[in-house]
Design a protein around this ligand. Structure first.
Ligand SMILES: C[S@@+](CC[C@H](N)C(=O)[O-])C[C@H]1O[C@@H](n2cnc3c(N)ncnc32)[C@H](O)[C@@H]1O
Length: 324
């Protein structure tokens, strides 16, 4: 495993040099099966080397060796943390105890993010494969942004950096929204331009699009309106009192209202994470939905950056930048 990590870092030399120049120290260093390491990923998050196993636990003695390889190749010592993903966040500490500071901050494109590798949830606090979208959102500079399924508001933070006047982050996880607001503050960005909408996204989206929220009354009511940029990055599946999010069987339930509340001439940035859904099918669903709404769209397909290599040119994460 250490040889695979050394080789993967070597392949990333040009990327790592660019990363330093642009203020990024949060990158994937070894990307699982695509780089010969099925069920294993290694990421750098600022001072942390985060090793995640998805199938077999890490054999004894491997973690310190990965730490050594990273220190030698990157020229800086990092604290290695191993999280075994089939376990729960509480069990991570039992499998691998490690002393960590209260605050762990990683930087991306000059922005600072909370990157504590151990917290209440299982996932890292910043998804590195979405850097490509955060980069584009900063450059795009929309004034009004709706960030649906925002998690820790990485895209919302990027939108503020891009100069947005109003950013709505919508998620039903209060702890993720709290991290998101703290991220904005960590970067001295204007938190008074942010609205943290702590609610199921489905009724919020329907109300914004001018439809009824559903049979059950939401605890937050919003008026219909549009945004210059709408970001739709849902999980594969989730179920709540307002219905199901199911991006394999029924993406249009989300796509329709999301397009409806994208301003004319605006952009809908939309993802599909499910590997078994092909890019072609994803794009066909998008086009069909737009056609039904009578919206003319121009779609630009985006890919994760080079730290997420794909062995077949078909990355599981598909991102569409839809000018609507
Ligand atoms: C894939 S993550 C989104 C990642 C995020 N866009 C980012 O930039 O890091 C999915 C998020 O959706 C939230 N979520 C899932 N179902 C939801 C629902 N029905 N309403 C609101 N939030 C939901 C979860 O709490 C989680 O934070």
């Amino acid at each position: 495993m250490q040889d695979l990590l050394a080789a993967a870092i070597q392949r990333r030399r040009p990327l790592l040099e660019r990363a330093v120049a642009e203020g990024t120290d949060a990158l994937r260093l070894l990307h699982g099966v695509a780089e010969g390491a099925p069920g294993l990923t290694v990421d750098r998050y600022g001072p942390i080397l985060l090793v995640q196993t998805w199938r077999d636990p890490l054999p004894d003695g491997v973690l310190p060796r990965l730490e050594e390889v990273a220190a030698e190749a990157l020229g800086t010592g990092l604290t290695a943390v191993w999280n075994h993903r089939p376990a729960s966040a509480r069990e991570y500490a039992r499998l691998h105890a490690v002393e960590l500071p209260q605050a762990v901050v990683a930087t991306e494109l000059g922005l600072r993010f909370d990157a504590r590798p151990r917290h209440r949830g299982n996932d890292p606090l910043l998804f590195l494969d979405l850097r490509t979208l955060r980069r584009r959102v900063i450059a795009h500079g929309a004034r009004t942004v709706l960030n649906l399924f925002s998690y820790t508001c990485g895209v919302g933070t990027a939108a503020l950096r891009g100069g947005a006047d109003q950013v709505w982050n919508v998620d039903f996880a209060a702890s993720a929204l709290d991290v998101g607001l703290a991220n904005a503050a960590l970067n001295d960005l204007p938190t008074d331009r942010v609205r943290q909408v702590h609610h199921d996204a489905l009724p919020i989206l329907r109300m914004l699009a001018g439809a009824k929220p559903g049979r059950r009354r939401p605890t937050i009511e919003v008026e219909p309106r549009t945004f210059e940029l709408v970001v739709l990055d849902p999980p594969a599946f989730s179920k709540g009192p307002w219905g199901a999010v199911d991006v394999v069987r029924d993406y249009p339930t989300l796509l329709k209202p999301a397009l409806a509340c994208t301003a004319e001439g605006g952009v809908l940035a939309v993802t599909q994470h499910v590997a078994s859904v092909s890019l072609e099918d994803f794009l066909a669903t998008l086009r069909r939905t737009a056609e039904k709404l009578g919206r003319r769209v121009a779609i630009d397909v985006m890919e994760p950056e080079e730290d997420f290599p794909s062995f077949d040119g078909r990355p599981p994460l598909k991102i569409a930048w839809v000018r609507a």
